[in-house]
Design a protein around this ligand. Structure first.
Ligand code: UDP
Ligand code: MG
Length: 320
């Protein structure tokens, strides 16, 4: 079987109501690409008829369709990872199953890849989500911007294209709490973004409750930054320095007022100041623990530490 040029990876979780509409738009859009393609649907343990619908689709278009069925609900990002591991294309495009990302926009992403970019992100024009979701996204985008080194205008849009080398790097990561667009970004050499249309969900409802959204963003922040752990050491240094300064002032002024150094030193036993000093030391200790835990965490995560773009060398097998 020839390897296709383009792989489309789509996570599916309880989307029975919208899948037919997706098939009806996705396949014609892909047929028009003029390149070979495969669609990899990953069923993320749906409890409705999604898996059955995907199986039916596989029967009608077996050459272009592959279905990965997970045996439980592992979440959107791990479902996409499973799809990546089964993809064979040179370019891999991710897409949501609910048609919020129009499949007609795929050629726009592919065009950027052929211009030589290896990561094509996307920015949703006129986003069709509730006001609360838009506001929450803006807030989360700006937190990410400050805590990590990842530059993305719109982290929430899943319609993205990646080159094979990035997917190979992601496949070598063994982490369990991944945020795909950010992880891919760390491996990109030449990233870019395009604007894409955004539509309302065709059917069904969002699979993200507020709680799941918060969890997802913790994955994003803790997965790409150990700043939250390290904040304590800075806070600890600040608190203990401030209480030290207070000490000096209090001891000094009592000494001056009473004329006796002993009287001034008794301020040491004023519990409040001492407590602040000790709290400062404790915060610092906590932060120091954080520094170590952060490093252990980075080590345990075992991401590839670097990626080689090319090696120029003459191997013995190389003909003259
Ligand atoms: N999804 C998934 N597993 C989950 C939650 C969501 O595979 O646990 C899929 C879902 O079927 C959809 C995509 O991830 O294809 C995005 O989910 P959704 O549209 O609910 O998110 P939103 O657009 O509200 O952010
Ligand atoms: Mg959606």
């Amino acid at each position: 079987m020839n390897t296709p040029q383009v792989s489309i990876v789509i996570p599916v979780y309880n989307e029975e109501a919208g899948l037919q509409a997706l098939f009806d738009r996705l396949y014609p859009a892909l047929d028009q690409l003029g390149t070979s393609y495969e669609v990899i649907f990953v069923d993320d343990g749906s409890r409705d008829r999604s898996a059955a619908l995907l199986r039916e689709k596989f029967d009608t278009r077996p050459d272009e369709t592959r279905v990965v069925l997970l045996n439980g609900n592992f979440g959107q990002h791990l479902a996409i990872m499973a799809g990546f591991e089964h993809s064979r294309g040179e370019v891999i495009v991710t897409l949501d199953a609910d048609l919020q990302n129009p499949p007609e926009e795929i050629p726009k992403l592919l065009a950027k890849i052929s211009e030589g970019y290896d990561y094509v992100g996307s920015i949703r024009m006129a986003r069709r989500d509730s006001r609360f979701r838009r506001w929450a996204s803006r807030l989360l985008n700006s937190i990410r911007e400050r805590t990590t080194r990842i530059k993305m205008t719109d982290q929430g849009c899943m319609l993205r294209a990646y080159s094979r080398s990035i997917i190979a790097a992601i496949n070598s990561c063994r982490e369990v709490n991944a945020f795909i667009p950010a992880l891919a970004y760390t491996f990109a050499r030449n990233p870019t973004e395009v604007e894409v249309r955004h539509e309302e969900r065709t059917a069904g409802e969002s699979k993200y409750s507020l709680y799941k959204l918060v969890r997802l963003n913790f994955d994003l922040m803790t997965g790409f930054s150990i700043a939250p752990l390290q904040m304590f050491s800075i806070l600890g240094i600040f608190v203990s320095l401030a209480s030290m300064a207070t000490y000096v002032i209090v001891i000094g002024s009592r000494w001056l007022n009473s004329g006796s150094l002993w009287e001034g030193l008794r301020a040491l036993f004023d519990r409040d100041i001492l407590a602040f000093f000790l709290i400062g030391i404790m915060l610092f200790g906590l932060g120091l623990l954080g520094e170590y835990i952060g490093r252990i965490y980075e080590q345990v995560r075992a991401r590839p530490r670097y990626l080689i773009a090319a090696v120029l060398e003459k191997t013995p097998a190389d003909p003259e």
